[in-house]
Write a protein that binds this ligand. Sequence first.
Ligand code: CU
Length: 104
Amino acid sequence: MKFLLAATAAALVASPALAQDAAAGPAAQAIAEAGPKGAGRIESVDAKAGTVTIHHGPIAALGWPAMTMTFKATPEALKAARPGQTVSFTLKTPENQVVAIQPR
Ligand SMILES: [Cu+2]
């Protein structure tokens, strides 16, 4: 339930109308830049390629079912990634780059 609420919030933030409103203030802008969130298990990390492979659950904000996929990730996010770890992660759209990973 907690996850569903988070996904709904992310979907609202991702809507173009609200993104325009977010330009009104720095705090709102920071929220707009916090993109869709997912949860799953890290399968592997490729530091050279700058990618992380995650078996993630459904991400309602993106209309994605559960799947295993490889994401580009920021160096900061890669540093936090450990294979086998169960995590929450944040995506930057539209490129779907992982910008944050938190252990759950
Ligand atoms: Cu996916």
